[in-house]
Design a protein around this ligand. Structure first.
Ligand SMILES: O=c1nc[nH]c2c1ncn2[C@H]1C[C@H](O)[C@@H](COP(=O)(O)OP(=O)(O)OP(=O)(O)O)O1
Ligand SMILES: [Mg+2]
Length: 212
């Protein structure tokens, strides 16, 4: 018999997502497209933050989860609908995890990821001749209901960085990210192949198992 110790917290049950519209609380069209693809089999009606003209909240958190939660909470508060937010980024081991939660900010106000990828490449070279190119993507997905209940799930995908970038698919840093064991970057594979292995899909699988 398995005895639970007296101070073991009881498991918190997940809340199920009921019928009705779900806000995709992101202003990044690449993410909105991927989350739409991942949700499609579940037949959920979605509306994006841009379609609802929701403001882009300032990302003041110090973790992916904290930023995903503040974006989901802001969208649920303003729309009165459940809202799903994604905070994600590229973490480079040789850079101590940078750009990390600053991945979007490294692309500057014009969101130029050719520039951001070059910054990552230059920063790795600046660490020395033997700099490793190991990296991983992280994705935190938060689902917030209008009453404030929130659930957060995190996924990760490991790989290495190539230079120069390769491929036109995807968005952000995809063209320089070679998933572990693969020969093509996220920029070279088609969206379905990315959904089979990505950090976003990993987080999404945890979310769907919990709330659907
Ligand atoms: O699968 C990905 N493939 C390539 N790059 C990626 C991916 N996932 C995140 N990334 C990079 C680019 C993105 O701009 C940043 C996330 O920053 P993050 O603040 O979470 O998103 P964002 O500002 O682009 O849109 P929003 O906050 O409205 O959801 O990390
Ligand atoms: Mg952002």
């Amino acid at each position: 018999m398995i005895a639970l110790s007296d101070d073991a917290a009881p498991p918190v049950p997940h809340r199920k997502l009921g019928p009705g519209r779900l806000v995709i609380a992101s202003h990044n069209q690449g993410k909105v497209r991927e989350i739409g693809d991942l949700l499609r089999p579940y037949g959920i009606e979605t509306v994006s933050a841009a379609e609802l003209d929701l403001p882009e909240p300032e990302e003041t958190g110090t973790t992916f989860a904290a930023n995903a939660e503040l974006k989901a909470r802001a969208a649920a508060d303003l729309s009165g609908l459940p809202a799903l937010a994604d905070d994600s980024g590229l973490c480079v081991e040789a850079l101590g995890g940078d750009p990390g939660i600053f991945s979007a900010r490294w692309a500057g106000p014009s969101k130029d990821f050719a520039v951001a990828m070059e910054k990552v490449h230059d920063a790795i070279l600046a660490t020395g001749p033997d700099a490793g190119r190991d990296a991983h993507f992280v994705c935190a997905l938060s689902l917030c209901w209008p009453d404030g209940h929130i659930e957060t799930f995190e996924g990760r995908a490991d790989g290495t960085l190539v230079w120069p970038p390769r491929g036109e698919h995807g968005f952000g840093y995809d063209a320089m990210f070679l998933p572990l064991g693969a020969t093509e970057t996220y920029g070279e594979i088609d969206p379905d192949a990315k959904h089979a292995i990505s950090h976003r899909a990993a987080a999404f699988n945890l979310l769907t198992a919990a709330v659907f």
